[in-house]
Design a protein around this ligand. Structure first.
Ligand code: AMP
Length: 280
């Protein structure tokens, strides 16, 4: 396995693979890897000749200084995990390598980045799009793997690829959960023991909400979920929305679309967690 810190050495190595017509799979991450990330790597391995994993905590997608400062950075441990799953290349640049000067690109995602995460984290998806576009330009992958855990991000990346005509297949991968149902996240390691005990409740509520679909409308389910979160002293609701899985706009009736999902963001202490569930 190779760990590259510069764009030049990464591209030099990948160029040879491209000349040999090797298929390149790419998994962009911010590190502090867990089984959710490793699943993306495993899928990438099974569908490509070579897998590149980037590890870069992208400052411009954070809109909370404390979240950025406290974001876990565990490069050596990450490298060990990636070695075990047989990843070939880690690209772990520093900030100057990616942003030799500030990138002020403004993307237009229509309503996709105005709702849910976009509403509560202004500028977040523009920061994600800037870094992913740069990483795609560097790695030039055939296939890139993204988790459905960050469902809205996945839709933004699909839109980015379409509007910038980037020749890459975007492959969505299912959410990986802890045995108690909590969606795996690098932020979970910052939960206190008490918070960690409460955290699985988020997915339990989503599952129960799904079970109520034949009795309740999307609006009633939303109200029900809000009440369930409110009665848990440690949880603070940011949003729960039942949306069309393609447009991400809220639906009023179950037959408004073919595929609807429920998306949630809650604070547990200072830690903000997101999750989602397929409804129809
Ligand atoms: P991050 O390091 O949080 O930026 O995540 C890197 C990639 O891993 C993104 O495509 C995420 O959606 C994906 N990912 C993170 N957690 C999970 C999970 N629990 N299940 C599936 N994919 C995940």
């Amino acid at each position: 396995m190779k760990i590259f810190e510069t764009i030049t050495e990464t591209q030099l190595y990948l160029q040879k693979n491209k000349n040999d017509k090797n298929k390149i799979g790419f998994v962009p991450t911010m590190g502090a890897l867990h089984q959710g990330h490793l699943n993306l790597v495993k899928q990438a391995k099974s569908e490509n000749d070579i897998v590149v994993v980037s590890i870069f905590v992208n400052p411009i997608q954070f809109n909370n200084e404390e979240d950025l400062l406290k974001y876990p950075r565990t490069l050596q441990k990450d490298a060990d995990l990636l070695q075990k799953v047989g990843c070939y290349i880690i690209f772990a640049p520093n900030e100057k390598e990616i942003y030799p000067e500030p990138d002020t690109t403004i993307y237009n995602f229509g309503l996709l980045d105005k709702v849910m995460e976009g509403k509560f984290r202004p500028g977040h998806f523009n920061g994600v799009a800037i870094v992913v576009k740069k990483l795609f330009d560097i790695v030039m992958p055939d296939n890139a793997y993204f988790g459905e855990k960050d469902y809205q991000q996945l839709q933004i990346i699909k839109s980015l690829v379409k509007q910038m005509n980037i020749p890459v297949n975007i492959i969505p991968c299912p959410i990986v959960r802890e045995v108690d149902g909590l969606a795996m996240s690098s932020r979970n390691m910052r939960l206190t023991d008490e918070e960690r005990k409460v955290a699985p409740f988020i997915y339990q509520i989503l599952l129960q909400a799904k079970g109520k679909m034949n009795k309740l409308s999307p609006k009633e389910i939303t109200q029900w979920v809000n009440r369930q979160i409110e009665i848990q002293p440690l949880l603070r609701m940011e949003y729960f929305e039942v949306v069309n899985a393609t447009t991400l706009l809220p639906i009023s009736n179950w037959d408004d679309c073919e595929h609807a999902i429920g998306c949630i963001a809650v604070f547990l202490g200072n830690i903000r967690l997101i999750d989602n569930i397929n409804l129809i």
